[in-house]
Design a protein around this ligand. Sequence first.
Ligand code: 5GP
Ligand code: ZN
Length: 107
Amino acid sequence: MDCIFCKITSGELPATFVAESEHAVAFNDIHPVAPVHVLIVPRVHFTDVAELAVANPEVLADLIQLGVRVAELKSTGSFRLQFNTGAEAGQTVFHAHGHITSRTPRS
Ligand code: 5GP
Ligand code: ZN
C-alpha cells in the first residue's frame, strides 16, 4: 500500500520523532501551524480515527496516552488534540492520526 504514514512508522521515510509507545509513534508535522505541532500515528494502518475506534479501542487509548505525554514534554500542558476525519473535514492523509498543537511551548 502506498501510504506515507506507513512508510514513516516503519522507518522507510524519515521524520523527526518526538516519542513512541507500544502501538503508536509521534513526530513533528512537516508544515506546523502552531509552535508545537506533533502528529500521533498508530503503527498499524487504519483509514481514520472512526475506523480505529471501532476496530481497536486499545490502540486508540494508547494513541491518546502518547499524545498527552507529547503535550507534557513539548508544551506547558495546554494543548489541542484534533482528528480530521474525511476529506471534507480536511483529512489529507488517510492513515489515522491526531494533531497535538499548542501555542505555549515548554522553554
Ligand atoms: P490531515 O490534513 O490529514 O489531518 O493531516 C496530515 C498532516 O500530515 C498535515 O498537517 C501535513 O502537514 C502532514 N504531513 C504530510 N506529509 C508529511 C510528511 O511526509 N512528513 C510529516 N512529518 N508530515 C507530513
Ligand atoms: Zn498507512
